[in-house]
Design a protein around this ligand. Structure first.
Ligand SMILES: Cc1cc2nc3c(=O)[nH]c(=O)nc-3n(C[C@H](O)[C@H](O)[C@H](O)COP(=O)(O)O)c2cc1C
Length: 164
């Protein structure tokens, strides 16, 4: 079994974490894409609404050998305190019973616990075991740097390994 890193990212922060993670784990990386390009501005308003009310959006299904991947490292930005709609769509389209999942999120807020809990619950309700979780806070005024992402990931992996 091989680990797999899957993520959705609109503005690039979650992608930075996902890429750093895939490099550290030497794991394949799969990107979840929305079928319809999300426009700046209006896409923010509709995205927040969709995320808050759990509305799914059509995605391009990533081509994955799902049954031979374990664990899955699944990443999402926080939208309106919840995972992004495209991630909900991805979760709906897969089987999660008995699967080990590590979740990661990026967000602007320093309060990260609630969003991680909501993300984890979506997966545990589907039978997954959420083994570790990590959130990176990045102010909306800037993007996460590539080196910063590597440091975030190394810190997460070290704490996941010693169970903290
Ligand atoms: C529609 C929308 C809603 C957001 N809602 C929140 C929120 O509730 N809390 C928060 O801390 N950040 C929120 N953010 C900020 C994003 O979580 C943050 O910028 C994240 O790093 C973006 O990830 P990405 O670059 O991978 O798309 C929101 C951003 C968008 C676009």
């Amino acid at each position: 079994m091989k680990p797999l890193v899957v993520y959705y990212s609109w503005t690039g922060n979650t992608e930075r974490i996902a890429k750093a993670l895939a490099a550290e784990l030497d794991a394949p990386l799969a990107c979840i894409e929305e079928q319809k390009e999300r426009r700046r501005g209006w896409g923010f308003v509709t995205g927040g609404f969709q995320a808050f009310f759990g509305i799914r959006t059509p995605i391009v299904t990533p081509d994955l050998d799902w049954d031979s991947c374990d664990p899955v490292w699944l990443g999402s930005p926080v939208w309106a305190t919840k995972p992004a709609p495209a991630v909900r769509s991805f979760i709906d389209g897969r089987r999660w019973e008995g699967r080990t999942v590590h979740i990661f999120m990026t967000l602007a807020d320093t309060r990260t616990k609630g969003a991680l809990q909501r993300f984890a619950k979506i997966l545990t309700d589907k039978g997954a075991h959420v083994q570790s979780r990590h959130a990176a806070t990045i102010p909306m005024s800037r993007k996460l740097g590539a080196e910063e992402a590597v440091a975030e990931v190394q810190q997460w992996l070290a704490s996941a390994a010693d169970g903290t």
